[in-house]
Design a protein around this ligand. Structure first.
Ligand code: G6P
Length: 617
């Protein structure tokens, strides 16, 4: 949801800022812009469209010299994505420039007051209101930029990560955060600083980063240590300097055509990275301090409530099966957005698990805060280290999937399921739901999953061929039962989000209560019909589809005969325990969507209207 970058130091700022925007483009790509400072002048260039559009424009519009700059890539909230509404925004005097990720909810009231004081506005954005509010305070109270930003933010409701620059004080940039992330890369001896929504824009320059917490701001001044303050109380905070583990290789495509494909292929390794050091099949052990230290809370929980959004919510649905089946603990799965607005009944007897790849999803974060305020114990499952949800939860575990850049989530999903499976197994063994023998067998089977995922990936050409047949469909149905019902939902989501084909996921048995009416010879039905306890029922469902001339693409267990005889196409996956079958069944669905989207000429890494990290509610 918008990415911001900035640089102040001794190097040319433009290449750093523009490169940073490219790395942050997963956060939004409706428009992009930069402002650079050189020789007492602010040089602004911005446009509707992608960072590549901006790059074409910049050199025609401005001279890119200068060692200070801020940039923005936008996912539009207030105001349509046009040139004027693009960031950066400047203040009325032209002295101040701002980039902003988030929403100023009371911007209308603030705007009316500023209009009364003679301010005029070029854009429809909440951000232009904020920069003029800062300017108004700076002028009327005769304050330095940092103080004016602080007082302005005290009047603001909403969410923000901002970087503000004043051309009359060109040795500093002021940054602040509430709800949206911001990282500050610290150069050697404070000779240069990098600002970004995550650390990826500056990993080749420094390994040291400060992550602001909510309600914190920092004045970044050349040659001085970063000074961080609480926005509300003005108290000084000693910032923690984090050592970054991210590498350049992790955020590049490494020969793959798209990040999504690279990330699909990374899944065998990502799954190993998730269970490495935690699951020890030889010893028959699962070691997870976040669970062990809080075992009583989990074992005495009245229920587990899982909160998440999007693909992470689908992982939560798989976890419902895992926890209930393996650990016999009741589970409810909630959308973050619904949970927080329906006055949920929740107490200190509940354990809440928040699942989020980015750790920044505003609705999930709000659900976490609500659960905490009601006394629940909150456990986070995040991929991005140091993210807001990781910090807001009482404890948690990282998936260690590595950076996921493709907007459509792939390896985040399978690693979340892996982690949730380990937790369910640990709890199931601890509370006696699983015998030692059964527990050990699960561990051994889970250890085999990465190789089995690799086997499924090897069927890519066959899946690509199936994609070529169905690429022009306008609708499709995804069906699954039990553990694979959420996989059907996830398969449908993958297809619609990157190929713009309408797709619905359904529990296979529910098909007869509505979706069956849609089936005709033009309707591809993807059905997960692996060898499990529902197999016979699934075979009946397939027959029902067949008799209405629907086209069947079935995901089956290797060696299957019956479904093979009925379906138009089959994709085989290796045999595994039913509880782990989502980890395999989801792979062909990811590849199918990917190939269909590529064949339709869609931008798979940056599908229209979407963003990877949704930091607005
Ligand atoms: C966005 C992304 C999805 C993601 C969802 C939740 O909608 O496009 O891919 O599943 O947010 O994100 P999270 O980071 O909380 O898992």
């Amino acid at each position: 949801m918008c990415g911001i970058t900035g640089y102040i130091g001794f190097r040319e700022a433009y290449p750093i800022v523009i490169n940073g925007l490219q790395r942050l483009e997963y956060r939004g790509y409706d428009s992009a812009g930069v402002v650079l400072y050189h020789n007492n002048e602010l040089k602004l260039s911005k446009t509707k469209g992608k960072v590549s559009d901006l790059e074409l424009l910049v050199t025609r519009e401005i001279n890119t010299a200068g060692t200070i700059g801020i940039g923005h890539t936008r996912w539009a909230t207030h105001g349509v994505p046009n040139d004027v509404n693009s960031h950066p925004h400047t203040s009325q005097s032209g002295n101040l420039a701002i980039v902003h990720n988030g929403i100023i909810e009371n911007y209308d009231t603030l705007k009316k007051a500023l209009v009364k004081r003679g301010y005029t506005f070029k854009s429809d954005t909440d951000t232009e209101v904020l920069i003029n509010l800062i300017e108004e305070i700076q002028i009327t109270k005769k304050l330095k930029l940092g103080k004016a930003v602080q007082l302005a933010l005290q009047q603001v409701f909403g969410a923000y990560a901002i970087a503000v620059f004043d051309k009359t004080k060109p040795n500093e940039i002021v940054v602040a955060r509430l709800g949206s992330p911001i990282a500050i890369g610290v150069g050697k001896d404070n000779s240069e600083f990098f600002i970004a929504s995550d650390a990826s824009p500056f990993i080749e320059y420094t390994k040291e980063a400060i992550y602001l917490d909510d309600e914190e701001m920092a004045v970044i001044r050349l040659g001085r240590a970063v000074s961080v303050r609480k926005i509300t109380t003005d108290s000084l905070i000693t910032p923690d300097i984090h050592e970054l583990e991210l590498s350049l290789e992790q955020i590049e495509k490494n020969g793959f055509e798209h990040f999504m494909l690279k990330e699909i292929y990374e899944q065998p390794k990502a799954i190993v990275d998730t269970y490495r050091g935690r699951m020890l099949p030889k010893e028959g052990l699962i070691k997870m301090s976040g669970i062990e230290d809080n075992l009583d809370r989990f074992l005495n929980a009245r229920r587990i409530i899982i909160v998440a959004c999007g693909t992470s919510w689908h992982a939560g649905l798989v976890a419902e099966y895992l926890f209930e089946d393996l650990a016999r603990i009741p589970v409810e799965v909630e959308y973050g957005s619904e949970f927080r607005y329906r006055n949920p009944i929740i107490s200190d007897k509940d354990v809440v698990i928040a699942i989020s790849q980015s750790g920044e999803t505003a609705d999930t974060l709000a659900a976490v805060k609500l659960a905490k305020s009601k006394g629940a114990f909150v456990f986070g499952i995040c991929n991005v280290v140091g993210s807001s949800i990781a910090r807001e939860t009482h404890t948690g575990s990282y998936t260690h999937a590595g950076p996921e850049i493709g907007v459509a989530s792939t390896k985040a999903f399978t690693t979340q399921i892996t982690l949730l499976a380990i937790i369910a197994l640990k709890l199931g063994y601890a509370n006696g739901a699983l015998s030692k023998e059964v527990f050990d067998d699960y561990l051994k089977q889970l250890e085999l999953i990465p190789d089995k995922v690799a086997e499924v990936l090897a069927t890519n050409d066959h899946i690509k061929y199936i994609a070529s047949i169905y690429k022009d469909s306008t609708n499709s149905l995804y069906l699954g039962r039990g553990y694979n019902f959420p996989v059907a939902l996830e398969g449908a989501l993958k297809l619609k989000e990157i190929s713009y084909i309408h797709a619905e996921g359904y529990p296979a048995a529910e098909m007869k209560h509505g979706p069956i009416a849609l089936i005709d010879e033009n309707m591809p039905v993807v059905i997960i019909a692996t060898n499990n306890e529902h197999y016979d029922k699934l075979v009946s469902n397939i027959q029902e589809i067949k008799s209405r001339n629907g086209k069947i693409i079935a995901i089956v267990t290797k060696g299957d005969i019956i479904v093979k005889g009925l379906a138009d196409h089959v994709i085989e996956i290796p045999e595994t325990k039913e509880a782990f079958s989502p980890l395999l069944a989801t792979i062909p669905l990811q590849l199918l969507s990917y190939h269909i989207a590529v064949m339709r000429g869609c931008n798979v890494d940056q599908p229209r209207n979407l963003a990877k990290s949704v930091t607005v509610e």
